[in-house]
Design a binder for this molecule. Structure first.
Ligand SMILES: Nc1ncnc2c1ncn2[C@@H]1O[C@H](COP(=O)(O)OP(=O)(O)OP(=O)(O)O)[C@@H](O)[C@H]1O
Length: 223
């Protein structure tokens, strides 16, 4: 089932076009990995998909009843965010805010969903801990559990393993792979580690200089 269709999508900022004419379709259950050198426009692309910034031209079509709120987002963590003074359970349950914005409390299902995602991400026992006392890998799991409270359809991740040591990095990739293969969640992730990231990806979107890009499918064939 098609979920996101980009048609002649031109991305960038005022007077600065980064990628010209992106044409691609992301379907349910796919795992897209976006690579490219620094400054090529990877983060700009996902922010454009998330409608956090406007495109220069072209279209992003959400297909088959998908809504913008069905797209979960794990942003790149900035240093000051690592010191956020809230508990694990408070952060995870806040993933429901998009849906509950007309209410000032969380309902039963939202609380159950938060509990379930805490379990799924191996955070049981850490619920009352303050986020700023956790390791980098645990913090990423908390943010992923939060994103899962917002959606069970698509998750977009901006460099989810940045700053993690190799074992924790592999752990994080395993968690993401499980969400993709077992829960059928569509994954769109940015990575600098092409080899590790593409071990699980079904599609490799590579941004190049001069506004160009390539798409490779698992197994190496181009499309
Ligand atoms: N708000 C902004 N206004 C203007 N230019 C911006 C803005 N944000 C980013 N840029 C510029 O757009 C270009 C692409 O940035 P982007 O963050 O999308 O690259 P990236 O491929 O994700 O890089 P990295 O791998 O370093 O994270 C860079 O030259 C950057 O300086």
């Amino acid at each position: 089932m098609k979920q996101i269709i980009c048609k002649d999508l031109k991305i960038g900022y005022e007077k600065k076009i980064l990628i010209n004419s992106i044409n691609l379709t992301i379907s349910e259950g796919e795992y897209w990995c976006i690579t490219g050198a620094n400054g090529m426009g990877k983060t700009t692309f996902i922010k454009t998909l998330l409608k956090l910034i406007p495109s220069i031209s072209g279209e992003i079509i959400l297909s088959d009843g998908l809504h913008q709120t069905d797209i979960g987002y794990l942003p790149q963590q900035k240093i000051h965010q690592k010191n956020f003074p809230a508990s694990v359970e408070e952060i995870v349950i806040s993933g429901n805010l998009n849906k509950s914005k007309l209410r000032w409390y969380y309902n039963k299902e939202e609380k159950a969903r938060a509990k379930q995602n805490i379990l799924k991400l191996g955070l049981k026992g850490l619920e009352k801990k303050s986020y700023n006392t956790l390791s980098g890998g645990q913090q990423q799991r908390v943010l992923l559990a939060r994103a899962l409270c917002a959606t069970s359809k698509i998750i977009i991740l901006d460099e989810p393993v940045s700053g993690l040591d190799p074992n924790v990095t592999q752990d994080m990739y395993n968690v993401i792979k499980k969400l993709n293969t077992e829960d059928k969640i569509t994954i769109i992730t940015i990575s600098h580690d092409v080899q590790l990231a593409t071990q699980d990806a079904t599609h490799l979107l590579h941004f190049e200089k001069d506004g160009k890009y390539t798409i490779k499918l698992k197994g190496g064939s181009k499309c």
